[in-house]
Ligand binder design. Structure first.
Ligand SMILES: [Zn+2]
Length: 485
């Protein structure tokens, strides 16, 4: 018996717009309930929605990065359903003419690349939120109603829970790079809905289990957990009953219980006709001409995976360091500019990952918001490369740079951190230490087990005597010379 997991993913991405999709209400987070609402987004009769042009451009930019075809003519549709958080009783979405379609997105799976086909990406508005916090009643907050959402739908090309997580994480990095979404998981900017079933080959007979859609997953962990759980559950259900197939049971919606780490049945899945889609009469269709499309094309930046490859290929970084440096666009751009100035990929990578990102993380900002500038980081990397300062001095200089706008060379001089590489100058210190530590010298030259330790001790004494400014390479050469005497 062989089984194959088949997963298609729907991803909702909240766009980083100032205002809602069809009205001028502010998009806030944690604002008082129902403070960002107006007659349009609470669905008063007789009001007229107006499309947010920025949201449309962000969507096209994303679709281009996903290698989608862009529809030159699209329209809006009403998707009707009744729910307390949807006061209009319909959601404005795109049904048969989505703004983009037929794309492809490559994700890294192990050492390979896997092409995930994109069926379509379309724009729609979010609903409000039902709050079930009081006893005996629920409340509705419509601040979120009308928030612009880009829905990206993949073909069922994903075949493991891990692939689903990678896809979701790569998409997060992509939309952040493109600047179209903050993609902050804690703030609910990305939600995932996998459609899952299993193809079972039992002695040449093929069974397909019912398609289950898991609704509203809002973390990578939940996404990966839900898909893994369903893979297990589908096989168990089918083992109990070989008639548990898509032909007999169709589709169903399930939810994810984060605490129990299980999916739970919600309802049979609606078909499209249940939503009574029809064209939105209050909005004009959108037509994109060549000039508008070209202007959006210009806003598509170098994509994160391409940049990661370039850092490995051109700058000799490890894939791990390259992925850390391209985890957000601010870091990637900062790093890239510093390397372009000094040509020292690995040195700059060390400074940025070991010092810069650590401080940025502590201060909850991006690296470009620290007052260090890529120019000064390039200079510091050059100083380490040329042996002007050693690695521990570089750490001290970086720390001073956070408060002091001076050039790193000036800081190093002021703090007395310039490395001493003049053998003649260092020789006196070496000889002094050797003279004062006869026992250690004897052990270091004994060839015994203690030799290595004794040499390390002498090295430490010399560094202390020179206040950490001695170039360790030169000191080692001097030790070789004088211990052999
Ligand atoms: Zn509004």
């Amino acid at each position: 018996m062989e089984t194959k997991l088949v997963v298609g993913l729907e991803i909702h991405v909240q766009l980083a717009c100032e205002t809602k999709m069809f009205c001028g209400c502010k998009l806030g987070f944690n604002d008082p309930p129902n403070s960002n609402v107006c007659p349009v987004c609470i669905g008063m009769p007789g009001v007229l929605p107006v499309m947010n042009k920025k949201a449309y451009e962000y969507s096209v930019r994303t679709a281009l990065a996903l290698n989608c075809s862009i529809a030159r003519f699209t329209k809006w549709d009403r998707k009707s359903y009744y729910y307390p958080d949807l006061p209009k009783n319909y959601q404005i979405s795109q049904y048969d003419l989505p703004m983009s379609f037929d794309g492809v997105f490559e994700i890294p799976v192990g050492d390979e690349w896997k092409k995930i086909r994109i069926l379509r990406a379309h724009l729609e508005e979010d609903a409000g939120k039902n709050l079930h916090e009081g006893i005996g009643h629920s409340q509705v907050d419509l601040n979120r109603a009308g928030t612009p959402l880009l829905e990206i739908v993949t073909e069922p090309d994903l075949s493991s829970a891990e692939e689903c997580r990678i896809m979701a994480q790569e998409l997060q990095r992509l939309v952040q790079f493109l600047g179209v979404s903050h993609a902050n998981m804690q703030m609910g900017h990305m939600r995932f809905e996998p459609n899952i079933n299993l193809i079972i080959d039992d002695n040449g007979i093929e069974y397909r289990t019912p398609i289950c859609e898991i609704k509203n997953l809002n973390s990578f962990r939940a996404l990966e957990g839900a898909v893994a759980y369903e893979k297990w559950r589908h096989l168990e259900e089918w083992k109990k009953d070989h008639n548990w197939t898509v032909e007999n049971y169709g589709k169903q919606n399930r939810g994810w219980d984060d605490a129990k780490e299980q999916t739970v049945f919600q309802r049979e899945k609606e078909e499209a006709h249940d939503y009574r889609y029809f064209p939105e009469p209050d909005l004009v269709p959108v037509e994109i001409d060549d000039a508008w499309l070209a202007s959006i094309q210009e806003t598509v930046c170098e994509l994160p995976l391409a940049m990661q490859h370039r850092f490995v290929h051109d700058y000799g970084l490890s894939d791990y360091d390259a992925s850390v440096l391209t985890s957000d666009r601010a870091t990637a751009t900062f790093f890239d500019e510093a390397v372009q100035e000094c040509g020292l990929g690995k040195r700059v990578a060390n400074i940025v990952t070991q010092f810069g990102l650590k401080v940025a993380h502590e201060r909850q900002c991006t690296i470009d918001q620290l007052d260090i500038s890529c120019h000064r980081v390039a200079q510091l990397a050059t100083m380490v490369q040329e042996g002007t300062v050693n690695a521990s001095a570089a750490a001290t200089i970086f720390e001073k740079m956070l408060e002091d706008p001076a050039e790193p060379q000036a800081i190093a001089e002021k703090e007395n951190l310039i490395q001493k590489s003049d053998a003649g100058e260092l020789e006196a210190a070496v000889l002094e230490v050797l003279k004062a530590n006869e026992q250690a010298v004897a052990e270091a030259t004994s060839g015994s087990k203690k030799a290595k330790k004794a040499r390390g001790f002498l090295m430490g004494q010399i560094m202390q005597k020179t206040q950490g400014q001695a170039n360790p390479q030169i000191v080692n050469q001097l030790l070789d010379k004088h211990l052999a005497d």
